[in-house]
Design a binder for this molecule. Structure first.
Ligand code: AP5
Length: 216
């Protein structure tokens, strides 16, 4: 399956993607994680992305689209993928259509996670990410690690993302409404959108998502 996950910052895309990718046996491709890996390795791409991410703005399309394309063309993605955080505006959505069309492929579904804004703000404020593996995501209240600051799964150090400050989150939400939400209508016109509520326990949301994708 080729799936796009869409939803506001903090909706739980990364959390759900880890489970859905495992259940569906497809790789989880997160442009945010790819940028963070480049930043921690100090690559030129990471240096460029960091200034935009710090400001809560989108990294320019000419950097993002090439990076996403390269990742989608890796052998593990030959039979499907779960895109998280890409596409994020109409130009990226059109570029993705072109990339898939060139190989005679198409998307199967766009899974839209719906969460009220006050819940998103609470989720982001308490988020703790693992430095060793970005798919290990915790929350200080909703999903606390057994030992504060330490990942239950791999023992990695837990940290708060630099772009999770209140001011940057406000900017990210603004960018989501103005640039990313229009892609939902773009995909609705193609009959690809399935919308689910992302409220409730993580496992309940995963079950809802699998059912919406016809894989329960
Ligand atoms: P990115 O990393 O993609 O961030 P985002 O889309 O803002 O989403 P988040 O990672 O903040 O949230 P999430 O929905 O994954 O939630 P999570 O599962 O962590 O992008 C970061 C930046 O990179 C962008 O601002 C931009 O600058 C750049 N970028 C990335 N892609 C780009 C692109 N295509 N083009 C241009 N720029 C790009 O969950 C959040 C918290 O909630 C966690 O603590 C979790 O434990 C908790 N939680 C999850 N589910 C539940 C639940 N059901 N109940 C209670 N708590 C829950």
């Amino acid at each position: 399956m080729r799936i796009v996950l869409v939803g506001p910052p903090g909706a739980g895309k990364g959390t759900q993607a880890a489970y859905l990718a495992k259940n569906l046996a497809i790789p989880h491709i997160s442009t945010g994680d790819l940028f963070r890996a480049n930043i921690s390795q100090g690559t030129p791409l990471g240096q460029k992305a960091q200034e935009y991410m710090r400001a809560g703005q989108l990294v320019p399309d000419e950097v993002t689209i090439g990076m996403a394309k390269d990742r989608m063309q890796q052998p593990d993605a030959a039979h499907g993928f779960l895109l998280d955080g890409f596409p994020r505006n109409l130009a990226q959505a059109e570029a993705l259509d072109g990339i898939l069309k060139a190989d005679d492929l198409k998307l199967d579904a766009v899974l839209d996670l719906e969460v009220p804004e006050d819940e998103v703000v609470k989720r982001i404020a308490g988020r703790r990410m693992c430095r060793k593996d970005s798919s290990h995501i915790f929350h200080a209240i909703y999903n606390p690690p057994k030992t504060e600051g330490v990942c239950d799964t791999c023992g990695g150090e837990l940290y708060q993302r630099e772009d999770d400050s209140e001011e940057t989150v406000r900017k990210r939400l603004e960018v989501y409404h103005s640039e990313t939400e229009p892609i939902i209508d773009y995909y609705k016109a193609q009959g690809l959108v399935v919308t689910i509520s992302a409220l409730g326990k993580v496992v309940e949301v995963t079950q809802r998502a699998m059912a919406a994708l016809g894989r329960d």
